[in-house]
Design a protein. Structure first.
Length: 322
């Protein structure tokens, strides 16, 4: 019951307030640790495929271990002083780990910018995606924004929710470390092909179940919002394994089907075109309103996943099960 209440309150704070602008965010500290660790480990290990792979594995263990241990022992210490002090600190950490409102606001930012001009839309979406955006037309900006909202339904809401309900804020912070490592070093390029291999693979492992739950909740949410949930299910079943990542295609295919648009396809990264699978059918031309619909769909899926996971935890922890 304790963890369920803590996570629900953290979700509520994120819903109302989003990320606090003036407080240091834990992800920034994780990012700093990754950057410093990479510099040191690259000097210590040989610049060979095997050496870089081992260095990347050491970085993963180090960053994830610190990200879990620091909040675990800090919360234990605070609860030793007073239970409610530790409880309040854990609620605040859960708040910072969730990213539903930030993801929603990102969609609104791109939508508002695109309504003013395509150039402003490109500048806005560039803040949230890893691809090159300078040559994107209006349709490209829309699809990039929708894909980001769909994919990050897993990373920003559903996966943190699952891990926090399993192990509180410390396990949630470990997940954020896994996700941040992948976003910083998990690239298929000359610099990170070997160094980032472990980070990329472990992100796939940690997101395997959350991505599928997120997709199911997106399909159910489409029905709640009077979008085409039947087509969302059809496209999900047909296209979900087309992505190189075993997880990204799950939510993107469900969202593409719900909106009757095509997502994915080739994209440019660091000046190089990368071949990527497409999701959905081009039943119609995407329009800026699709960004709003994707943001609403992400919100509906977030609420559904919260209710489902909280209910499962309460059932499992209820006597005589717990």
């Amino acid at each position: 019951m304790y963890l369920t209440c803590v996570v629900l309150l953290g979700f509520a704070l994120d819903w109302l307030l989003g990320d606090p602008a003036r407080l240091p965010h834990p992800v920034c500290l994780i990012g700093w640790l990754i950057t410093r660790g990479e510099r040191i480990l690259r000097r210590l290990f040989p610049k060979t495929p095997r050496g870089e792979t081992i260095a990347g594995a050491v970085l993963w263990v180090l960053v994830c271990g610190v990200s879990f241990a620091v909040p675990f022992f800090a919360l234990r210490w605070l609860k030793g002083i007073h239970f409610w002090l530790g409880c309040g600190a854990e609620i605040l950490l859960c708040w910072l780990i969730f990213a539903r409102k930030s993801l929603y606001d990102a969609g609104m930012d791109v939508y508002a910018s695109l309504k003013r001009s395509t150039e402003e839309g490109r500048a806005a979406v560039a803040k949230y995606v890893g691809r090159d955006t300078a040559e994107l037309d209006e349709t490209g900006v829309i699809c990039a924004a929708v894909e980001t909202v769909a994919e990050n339904t897993t990373d920003g809401v559903v996966a943190p929710l699952i891990f926090m309900l399993l192990g509180g804020a410390p396990l949630g912070m470990l997940y954020k470390a896994v996700n941040t490592l992948d976003s910083m070093v998990g690239y298929h390029n000359d610099r990170y092909e070997y160094f980032g291999k472990v980070s990329a693979r472990m992100d796939d492992v940690f997101n395997f179940l959350p991505a599928r739950l997120a997709a199911v909740c997106l399909i159910a949410g489409a029905g709640m919002l009077r979008l085409d949930n039947r087509n969302a299910l059809r496209i999900f079943r047909r296209d979900r394994m087309g992505h190189k990542s075993p997880n990204a295609g799950q939510t993107e295919s469900a969202c593409a089907g719900a909106l009757h648009i095509r997502l994915g396809g080739d994209a440019s990264y660091f000046g190089k075109t990368v071949k990527k699978a497409a999701f959905g059918d081009a039943d119609r031309q995407p329009n800026p309103g699709d960004i709003l619909r994707a943001a609403d769909l992400m919100t509906a899926a977030s609420v559904l996943s919260l209710l489902l996971c909280a209910m499962v935890r309460l059932i499992l922890c209820w006597p005589p099960f717990g």
